[in-house]
Design a protein around this ligand. Structure first.
Ligand SMILES: [Zn+2]
Length: 243
């Protein structure tokens, strides 16, 4: 039997490593980004200029470039065929700004060339979102049936709920290599187009590697969330058996 406070504490503590890794990764992104956002590229072209030059050179003059508000909100939207560059990036000609831009162009190339993991993620995202609605109903109904009626069908409902929940991990597991691949493409493009020399490209790589850690943190957090859910079910069941 577990008291409600024990449950709260245990469920909170389980998430701590993910939270700590997340905070560490965010801090690392900001410090590395800011460090190289004070270093101008020798080439001197602004990030939006680099984006246009690289996209045209890669054969994608149709991709639009927009200015978006916020910090590190840079992204490529395949629906609108637009790369959005944030305040600290758009008009800047720094290592960080140009590096982040090249990463987004890496995503453009992934979409345009039908990179396998992108295709897989596009198929999975609507399925994962849809199935997500059923996680809690399955688990709650399963737990209620088990505690109130000691029903054996309850186990199956809980297992299905858990299986649906673990799709979140699959999403993070696919996203991480997509992000690493975009950064790898960025590094190669920066050198191939002459936007950066080797030393500058390696500095840009540090910024992009730091960003990749946030996706590692998301993956760890998704695994810990599943562990937390398992523990919650275990403890609620333990609390239910008052015989
Ligand atoms: Zn990315």
């Amino acid at each position: 039997m577990f008291g409600i406070y024990t449950i709260y504490w245990v469920l909170g503590i389980v998430m701590l490593p993910g939270l700590a890794l997340g905070i560490w990764a965010q801090t690392k992104v900001y410090t590395t980004f800011n460090q190289y956002n004070s270093v101008q590229t020798q080439h001197g072209l602004t990030a939006s200029g680099v984006a246009r030059y690289m996209l045209d050179g890669a054969g994608y003059p149709d991709v639009k470039i927009a200015h978006i508000r916020g910090e590190l909100t840079d992204n490529f939207n395949p629906q609108t065929n637009t790369i959005s560059l944030s305040d600290a990036v758009y008009n800047q000609s720094t290592i960080s700004a140009v590096g982040v831009t090249a990463h987004e162009i890496g995503h453009v190339v992934q979409h345009k060339t039908g990179y396998g993991l992108i295709k897989l993620r596009n198929i999975l995202v609507p399925i994962i979102n849809f199935l997500g609605y059923f996680v809690w109903p399955f688990i709650f109904i399963g737990l209620i049936l088990e505690i109130m009626y000691a029903s054996t069908a309850a186990n199956w409902l809980i297992y299905i709920g858990l299986a649906l929940y673990s799709f979140n991990i699959l999403f993070c597991l696919i996203t991480l290599p997509i992000e690493l691949n975009a950064s790898k493409r960025a590094y190669k493009m920066l050198l191939a187009t002459g936007e950066m020399d080797m030393e500058e490209a390696n500095q840009a790589k540090q910024v992009l590697n730091a960003a990749a850690w946030t996706y590692v943190a998301a993956l760890v957090t998704s695994v810990l969330s599943l562990v937390r859910l398992l523990l919650m079910i275990f403890m609620v069941r333990g609390g239910g058996r008052r015989d």
